[in-house]
Design a protein around this ligand. Sequence first.
Ligand code: SF4
Length: 306
Amino acid sequence: MSNTCSKTLREEIVKLKRKKNVIILSHNYQTQEIQGIADFIGDSLELAKEATKTDADIIVFCGVDFMAETAAILNPDKKVIVPSTDVTCPMAAQLSAKLVKDVKTKNPDIPFVIYVNSYANAKAEADVCCTSANAAKVVEKINSDVVFLGPDANLAKFAENRTGKKVIPIPSNGYCYVHKEFNVKHVEKMREKYPDAAIIVHPECDPDVQQKADFVGSTSQMLKFARKCDYDTIIVGTEIGLIERMRREIPDKTIIPLHEVICKGMKLNNLKNLFEALKFESNVVKIPEDTAEKARKAIKKMFELL
Ligand code: SF4
């Protein structure tokens, strides 16, 4: 898209925003053009919180589908719109509502903690939600020494290591294909090349990658670490969108990707489809109210535990 074209689109989006009382929320993995027009940029937890605070009539949610579902669940009286309906998360699809229900039926005494990276109907069957920023805290606070956590097996292991509780991953091998791309060789290579740098990674990375890192955290926690730490160079193990944000917002530090990885779904939103969705108020996220009500309980339980 030419600069003139994207400038015109930006101006048109800003006009529509004012006219329709709109807030645009963007995940850290969105493209720079989407982050640039957003009112708020954050990780899943920050976006979920922001969605509960807004008095806008329309939320344009720029992330993947399960995130927009969460915003819709928390805002039943607002219109939640997504730029593209093709933006899906393969990890969320790895945990069906049926699987959560079957596990719960067979093990009624073990709480099921569901990662926010899951669909509304699966959340509706779980006990409490968590995000990558608070998974360990939620597991810690829950009144049981054994919990189920899905769909990300690496996040389950991370929560187990942090809390000392038994965290059983459901399914046993759920994963994010983006964070699976990082391996120990990437860490070792970067350590050798930049011995004075900090290496920070996301808890969706494999446990051996996490073990070799200096810090493990959600995207917002990595951003905070990069802002506050004394290191001049930070090697970042997550999707490229966060690295671009860090470079924009922390220009005095050198930010280097551990290995360049892209979440393809996240990049399907752009100014053109955002403008069209907002203009025609199309791509409205709809969740059946009985599902939304049950899923809301799991999300609210997370906020209560924190
Ligand atoms: S980065 Fe991984 S978990 Fe996040 S939206 Fe993309 S595929 Fe899903």
